[in-house]
Design a protein around this ligand. Structure first.
Ligand code: PNS
Length: 162
């Protein structure tokens, strides 16, 4: 049976933690669609197109992974791409409450969609896009947090300041 999974998120920017989940999902599911949420209420460093472009470069080693974007409800998008699984990474207990609420809400909205959680690899468990942005803004080293192409894009966004 071919299982299509959607890995949704803000990916602002993609981190090594996201890449870990992408790589491992690619081994579990027949096809993985990494999908960038476009209608975020939060301020973002990168436009949706910029995030899609970075992700497309990062997923090149994984032939069964593709990158897309969506607007509106996640479950609607999942239905349109004919998937039944949503993948989310869990780093720590602190992620749980939000993820629990989202998974249950999505199940209520679309009972045939299941959320599958993957524990983010231990070495990536402290990484978040938010932390990477904050460190970069203050000129700190982010090489252990984001892939080189993301780091370079962040440095460019911040006007070359490191
Ligand atoms: O990387 P993030 O910011 O934790 O991703 C959250 C995201 C984008 C997956 C979530 O906010 C989402 O699914 N947004 C789309 C709108 C939606 O369906 N909201 C209801 C979820 S209960």
């Amino acid at each position: 049976m071919k299982t299509i999974a959607v890995y949704p998120g803000s990916f602002d920017p993609p981190t090594f933690g996201h890449l870990d989940i992408i790589e491992r999902s690619s081994r579990v599911f027949s096809r993985v669609i990494v999908s960038v949420a476009k209608n975020l209420t939060k301020d973002t460093m990168f436009t949706p197109m910029e995030r899609v472009t970075m992700l497309r470069k990062l997923i090149r080693p994984f032939p069964n992974v593709e990158v897309d974007s969506f607007r509106g409800l996640l479950v609607e998008y999942v239905r349109i791409v004919d998937a039944h699984v949503v993948v989310r990474g869990l780093r720590a207990i602190s992620d749980f409450e939000y993820e629990f609420q989202m998974a249950h809400m999505n199940k209520k909205l679309s009972p045939d969609v299941d959320t599958v959680f993957m524990m983010t690899g231990e070495r990536y468990s402290y990484i978040s896009s938010q932390i990477a942005k904050e460190i970069a803004r203050f000129g700190g080293k982010i090489d252990d947090l984001v892939p080189p192409l993301v780091r370079d894009s962040m440095v460019r966004k911040l006007g070359g300041k490191r």
